[in-house]
Design a protein around this ligand. Structure first.
Ligand code: GAP
Length: 457
C-alpha cells in the first residue's frame, strides 16, 4: 500500500470521484439535492465490494451470525418504543435575519456566520423524515423513514430465535439505507441525508457484555486494516461515562483521519437490554431468551457495531489515493485492496487489427464471467495503464501478436509495475489467486517473470 499521503485532500477525492464516475451530486441537472449523492458505474462496484467484504467477514464466515433485510418503513410504534420520536434530535438555532439554520454544536460564534444576524433561542429538531402510509394524508397515517437499520433487527429478535434456533451469544446483521434530515450536511458523502449502514446487533448473556464489547471493537478495527486502511489513521474515541445515553453502558467511536480531520467512521455501543425491554413492553410480546443449560430466562444485552457504508468507502478512497511523479506529469494511483477494486482486470490489445482484436475479445468474454473486467483498445498502452491506475485496477493484461502464436499474455501489477507472461489457459485461475493474496511473482506452469518491478514507457 502507499506511503504516507499528505497529498490527499477532499477536493482531489471529490474531483477524481466525479471525473471517473464514482460519485455524482444527486439530481445534478436540476442543481443537485443537498445531502444526497448518486453512485456512478465505478462507485457502485466499489460500494458493493465494501458491503460484500463486510458481509463475508461478519456473516458468511461466522457461525454465530445471521443476516436479515427488514423494511425501511416500520410501524410508527417502533420509534416510540425505541425513543427516537422523543429524543432523536439535534439542538438547532435559526438566524433571525437570513433564516439559515445551524446545529448548535457547529456554531462558529455567537452571531450568524452568513450575515452576522442574531440567533433565535435553541430548540430541538427531530431528524426523522416523515411521510404518510396509504392514500389518506392525515395524522393517523404518519410514518417515518428509518434513521437506523438497528430497530429492524430488534423487532425480529424472536422471529430469528424461533426460525434459526440460535443460542446466545449470536448476532443479527443488516445492511441498508437510513435517512436523517441532518441540519447540516457536508464533507462530500461523509454526512448525508440518505446513506447506508452496516449494523450488527450481537446478543449476549448479561455479565459477558464487557468481554464481547472488547471483542467487537478489536474485530472491527482489524476489518478496516485488512482492507487497506492504515492503522495509524484509525483511533478509538471513548465516550465519557457521564454523557452516555441513559441506556448505554459503554460507547466507543472508531474514528478515521479524513482530510478534514478525525471523524467517526463507526460506533460500537453496549446498549444493555434497553431495546428488547422497550419493544417487549410496548408490543406486549415476550422478547426474552431461555437458556436451556442454566434453565433461566433473561433479556440479552446487546453489543452494537454500527458502521457507515459511505463513510467506509470514503475512508478506503482516501487511504488508497497516491500521487507519483511521471515524466512531466503526476500519476494518480488508487491502491485499492484487490477485493475492493471496482475493476479487477483490464484487457488491453496492443493493436486494433482484426485477428488480434477478436482473439483479445474472447479472452475478455471468458474473464468477465467471474471478474469485473474492462476492455480498452484506445490510445497508447502507457495511457491505458495510467487510466487503470487511476481507478485502482490491480491487474492489466496486454495481448500482442506474439500471443497469437504462443497463447500467452503479459500481466502487469498496478503497485509494483512488475510484469509476468503466462499461458492464457492459466489466466483466470492466476488472477483469482492473486486477488486472494498470492504473491505476484508466484508463477503458474508455463509462466515467466518479464520484470519483477519497475517503470514502463
Ligand atoms: N444504530 C446506531 C447508530 O445508528 P450512529 O452513530 O448514529 O449509530 C452509525 O450511526 C454510523 O452510521 C456512523 O458511525 C456513520 O458511519 C453512519 N452515519 C450516521 N449518520 C450518517 C450520515 N448523516 N451520513 C453518513 N453516514 C452516517
Amino acid at each position: 500500500m502507499n506511503e504516507q499521503t499528505p497529498t490527499v485532500t477532499m477536493e482531489k477525492i471529490v474531483s477524481l470521484a466525479r471525473r471517473r464516475g464514482f460519485v455524482f451530486p444527486s439530481s445534478e441537472i436540476y442543481g443537485g439535492l443537498s445531502g444526497c449523492w448518486d453512485y456512478g458505474p465505478l462507485g457502485i462496484e466499489l460500494k458493493r465490494n465494501v458491503k460484500q467484504a463486510w458481509w463475508s467477514a461478519m456473516v458468511q464466515e461466522r457461525d454465530d451470525m445471521v443476516g436479515i433485510e427488514s423494511s425501511i418503513l416500520m410501524h410508527p410504534k417502533v420509534w416510540v418504543a425505541s425513543g427516537h420520536l422523543k429524543g432523536f434530535s439535534d439542538p438547532l438555532v435559526e438566524c433571525k435575519s437570513c433564516h439559515q439554520r445551524f446545529r448548535v454544536d457547529e456554531l462558529a460564534g455567537p452571531k450568524c456566520s452568513a450575515c452576522g444576524g442574531e440567533f433565535t433561542e435553541e430548540r430541538q429538531f427531530n431528524l426523522m423524515f416523515k411521510t404518510f402510509i396509504g392514500p389518506v394524508e392525515d395524522g393517523s397515517n404518519v410514518i417515518y423513514l428509518r434513521p437506523e437499520t438497528a430497530q429492524g433487527m430488534f423487532v425480529n429478535f424472536d422471529n430469528i430465535l424461533q426460525s434459526t434456533r440460535r443460542k446466545v451469544p449470536f448476532g443479527i446483521a443488516q445492511q441498508g439505507k437510513s435517512f436523517r434530515n441532518e441540519i447540516t450536511t457536508g464533507n462530500f458523502i461523509f454526512r448525508s441525508r440518505e446513506f447506508e449502514q452496516m449494523e450488527i446487533e450481537y446478543f449476549v448473556k448479561p455479565g459477558t457484555d464487557e468481554k464481547w464489547f472488547e471483542f467487537w471493537l478489536n474485530e472491527r478495527l482489524q476489518w478496516y486494516v485488512k482492507y487497506g486502511i492504515k492503522r495509524e489513521h484509525l483511533s478509538i474515541l471513548e465516550h465519557e461515562k457521564a454523557k452516555l445515553a441513559h441506556y448505554a453502558k459503554r460507547v466507543c467511536d472508531i474514528t478515521f483521519q479524513y482530510p478534514m480531520g478525525w471523524e467517526e467512521i463507526e460506533g460500537i455501543a453496549n446498549r444493555t437490554n434497553f431495546d428488547l425491554k422497550q419493544h417487549a413492553e410496548a408490543s406486549g410480546k415476550v422478547l426474552d431468551y431461555y437458556d436451556d443449560e442454566t434453565k433461566e430466562h433473561y433479556i440479552p444485552y446487546v453489543i452494537e457495531p454500527s458502521a457507515g457504508v459511505d463513510r467506509s468507502l470514503l475512508a478506503f478512497m482516501c487511504d488508497a489515493y497516491a500521487e507519483e511523479p511521471d515524466k512531466d506529469e503526476t500519476r494518480v494511483i488508487m491502491h485499492f485492496h484487490p477485493s475492493l477494486a471496482p475493476v479487477k482486470a483490464a484487457i488491453l490489445p496492443l493493436s486494433k487489427k482484426g485477428n488480434l482484436s477478436n482473439f483479445t475479445r474472447d479472452i475478455y468474454k471468458n474473464l468477465r464471467t467471474t471478474l469485473a473486467t474492462q476492455y480498452d483498445d484506445t490510445q497508447s498502452i502507457g495511457r491505458r495503464y495510467r487510466r487503470q491506475d487511476e481507478i485502482g485496477t490491480p491487474y492489466c493484461i496486454t495481448v500482442d501478436f506474439q500471443s497469437l502464436e504462443d497463447n500467452r499474455v503479459t500481466v502487469r501489477e498496478r503497485d509494483s509495475m512488475g510484469q509476468i507472461r503466462i499461458p492464457i489457459i492459466e489466466l483466470k485461475k492466476t488472477l483469482e489467486a492473486k486477488i486472494a493474496g498470492e504473491d505476484f511473482l508466484v508463477l503458474p506452469p508455463g509462466g515467466e517473470v518479464v520484470q519483477s518491478k519497475g517503470k514502463e514507457a
